[in-house]
Design a binder for this molecule. Structure first.
Ligand code: SF4
Length: 334
């Protein structure tokens, strides 16, 4: 499989006309001022100098803010920086993230001209009450209309959802996941809601009006959603916030299910649920053959699944198979 690289450019809060209760992009991206055009060029150059893989695809990703909310000249400035690299084939395409209510036909035609290939929409929820309680300023219908328009113009569609927003629960989250699935995105990101300093959610949390999920609750809430997407061959490109130095240093995250290996924890839980189905026999040795790609998560974070099985069997061995996929496995007793 060809390697794929994304050079991320964060444009925190630039031009975003809203203030979602959970969002402080300045803190999440770990930077307080937007990068200048010169700094963006330097970052692209720096990244390109480290990519030496034949046949690799490379894209520039504008993340963090709401790209299409920028005035058109600013959008053009950003996109123009990348064009020389696209023309000399060092970069293949551009991806960007934005809001569903800032997509229309004219915008899409404009982005096409500049080799934008992938548009990611911040959906967050497909429940209008949750969207309202979260200060999103758009509706579920906006997501449906924008997604259809993006696909009809042959862009790759990415959809980002959150779990644990004010007013949502396991059912509304699953409904959001099912609605997202029905829009047939090319990729999905799933983020558990975190309480970050200097957000409205911080006030709600400190006033006792918002209860943050524990790590265990977050993992349990996300697990069936991730399974739904994987079972339907949706490419889930991220689960949980990217480990950032800011968070690891502490101070900006107040509460919520943050873990640097959040996806691994969720996959461990999904594999635990599968392995619990194996009939117990403490007198037997057992070999479990799992998909090669899932070998580590089947054994579990900190080998927790293997340790669980060791309580039920005399000896436990995990084996890899390239021919198995998506939570399928073989059990051999000896
Ligand atoms: S729309 Fe995006 S950038 Fe704007 S406040 Fe909400 S999450 Fe933050």
């Amino acid at each position: 499989m060809a390697l794929h690289f994304t050079i991320p450019i964060f444009i925190p809060h630039l031009a975003c006309p809203f203030q979602c209760v959970f969002c402080n992009q300045k803190h999440i991206s770990g930077t307080t001022t937007p990068m200048s055009l010169t700094e963006i060029t330097q970052k692209i150059e720096r990244n390109l100098s480290t990519i030496h893989h034949e046949g690799a695809t490379v894209e520039v990703g504008f993340f963090g803010g709401s790209f299409t909310c920028l005035d058109i000249d600013k959008q053009k400035q950003y996109l123009e920086i990348v064009q020389p690299y696209i023309h000399n084939r060092q970069i293949d395409s551009i991806r960007l993230s934005t809001r569903p209510d800032y997509i229309d036909e004219a915008e899409l035609l404009f982005l096409k001209e500049f080799h934008v290939k992938t548009i990611e929409l911040g959906v967050q929820s497909m429940n209008d009450d949750v969207l309202k309680a979260s200060g999103r300023g758009h509706t579920a219908l906006d997501v449906i209309c924008a997604s259809k328009l993006i696909k009809s113009h042959d862009f790759q569609l990415g959809l980002q959802m959150m779990v644990g927003l004010p007013g949502d629960d396991a059912d509304t989250c699953m409904h959001t996941a099912q609605m997202i699935l029905s829009l047939m995105p090319d990729c999905v990101r799933i983020y558990p809601t975190l309480v970050i300093q200097n957000t409205e959610l911080e006030d709600l949390y400190l006033e006792g009006k918002y209860k943050a999920m524990t790590l265990e609750e977050g993992v349990d809430r996300v697990a069936p959603i991730l399974k739904l997407f994987l079972d339907n061959s949706i490419n889930v490109i991220r689960v949980g916030l990217h480990p950032s130095e800011e968070f690891d240093k502490g101070g900006k995250l107040l509460a919520g299910p943050y873990h640097p290996s959040f996806r691994e924890l969720v996959m461990t839980k999904l594999w635990y649920d599968e392995l619990c189905k194996i009939p117990i026999s403490e007198h037997k040795d057992i070999s479990i053959t799992v998909p090669t790609s899932d070998y580590n998560v089947a054994i579990g974070f900190n080998a927790s699944n293997r340790n669980y099985l060791k309580q039920q069997f005399r000896r436990v061995r995990f084996l890899k198979s390239d021919s198995l996929t998506n939570f399928s496995y073989h059990v051999d007793y000896c």
